[in-house]
Design a protein around this ligand. Structure first.
Ligand code: PLP
Length: 424
């Protein structure tokens, strides 16, 4: 993919973390300001009426762009400099052609699903999945005559195709949505398997897209486009924002696959505002540092938990072992174990609550990926409206707690988690 901006020195391509400070922006645009200003404006002034007409012709796809002609700035629901710089930089990590920034992770997911799904379709989605996405699939899409069909990490192409035929006979497969690692159990779903499944269900008229929610590991530790995904989705509220102070989302992919998503964003109005876009630019500068420190801390905490007598069923990617199919998939698909940990405390909800209530340094809050460590109880919080039978089958038990490890000193995290386990 040719870079939109100069991204090399003497022919050698620079790494994303080196480009995060300047790519996509020129100080001479803004009085020499090192950092891009916040373009806190709803609309942009056209030099002439002819220019405005030309911009709209391109924005609405009324004609092809002429040689060297780009889409001019029109109105911040369509484009804004802070968003354009942000989107160019997001592309670097995932190796995407184009990106679209959204108001939230749910805005990115729902806008993408609505761009492709049509009444009468089926949508395959991996489970467990973030509770909000689960709700969208089972309680919102169903109102538009779209049938959600779940699968999990134990399924194969054959078992999924069989279920699809049984649960949604005669329906077109509109999209495959994969969340990997899965929230909250960090189960891995094989993206290449999803791409093969999509290929088998595609026809001459319709190519089934594969969208991957890469919130838990990406973009530093997993690049779904390299494994056959068409669209990568993020809750940028998490690692990309990284400071628990904003809500945002992103979708990335090829120009072709993103065209409907971008158009749907314009008309649903789900784009992020310039101020949040600017905050994300600041956050991207430290993304690699933060995610690596968080992952190193998580490895220390997970090793401590593995030895603890009050901890069972520890879910942590760094502890997968040879012989486990999830280990092979981890080696093939992931670049690191990340910083999400889940584990069970025997004694169900009362024991889990005693642990959560005793934490002092780690905060009791949903969300993840921020500089501070956060702990929550998926069964009664993020996954509260997933049916009890599904929760049990997927390992979202009453004793399960999920911790997102931050950048604190690892000894202090272990001290806090240890004393909270003592309280159980
Ligand atoms: C994996 C995953 N995807 C999507 C979302 C939704 O993101 P947002 O809260 O930014 O809408 C979340 C939120 O927790 C999540 O964990």
């Amino acid at each position: 993919m040719p870079a939109k901006w100069d991204d090399s020195i003497g022919g050698r391509r620079l790494h994303p973390e080196s480009l995060m400070m300047g790519y996509g922006y020129k100080p001479e645009w803004s009085e020499g300001a090192l950092k891009s200003p916040i373009f806190q404006t709803s609309t942009f002034v056209f030099k002439t009426a002819e220019e405005g007409k030309a911009f709209f012709e391109l924005a609405y796809g009324l004609r092809e762009a002429r040689e060297g002609e780009g889409l001019g700035l029109i109105y911040s629901r369509l484009n804004n400099p802070d968003l354009e710089i942000l989107e160019d930089r997001l592309c670097l990590w995932d190796g995407a052609e184009t990106a679209a920034a959204f108001k939230s992770g749910m805005a990115a997911i729902s806008t993408t699903l609505l761009s492709y799904l049509r009444p009468g379709d089926a949508v395959l989605y991996s489970r467990p999945i973030y509770g909000g996405t689960d709700h969208l699939a089972n309680f919102v899409l169903t109102q538009f005559d779209i049938t959600p069909v779940p699968f999990d990490c134990r399924d194969t192409i054959e078992s999924i195709s069989k279920r699809l035929a049984e649960v949604a006979p005669g329906r077109r497969l509109g999209m495959i949505l994969i969340e990997t690692p899965a929230n909250p159990t960090v189960d891995l779903i094989d993206i290449a398997m999803g791409a093969e499944l999509a290929r088998r269900h595609s026809t001459a008229e319709y190519r089934v897209p594969v969208a991957v929610d890469n919130t838990f590991l990406g973009p530093v530790f997993q690049r779904p486009l390299d494994h056959g995904a068409d669209i990568v989705l993020y809750s940028a509220t998490k690692f990309i924002g990284g400071h628990s102070d904003l809500i945002a989302g992103a979708a990335l992919g090829s120009e072709e696959m993103m065209r409907p998503v971008r158009a749907m964003r314009t008309f649903l109005g789900t784009m992020v505002g310039p101020w949040t876009g600017w905050l994300l630019l600041r956050s991207l500068e430290t993304l690699n540092l933060r995610m690596n420190r968080q992952a190193a801390n998580a490895a220390r905490v997970a090793d401590f938990l593995r030895e603890h007598p009050k901890v069972v069923n520890l879910h942590y990617l760094g502890h997968l072992e040879a012989g486990d199919p999830q280990f092979d998939l981890f080696k093939r698909q992931c670049l690191g174990a990340g910083s999400m940990i889940a584990f069970e405390i025997p004694g169900g909800e009362p024991a889990a609550f005693r642990f959560l209530n005793a934490l002092k340094l780690v905060h009791l809050a949903v969300s993840l990926g921020g500089t501070e460590s956060l702990a929550e109880h998926p069964a009664s919080m993020t996954h509260a409206d997933v049916g009890k039978a599904d929760k049990d089958r997927l390992g979202v038990t009453d004793g399960l707690v999920r911790i997102s490890i931050g950048v604190e000193h690892p000894d202090d995290l272990i001290l806090d988690i240890g004393q909270a386990l003592d309280a159980v």
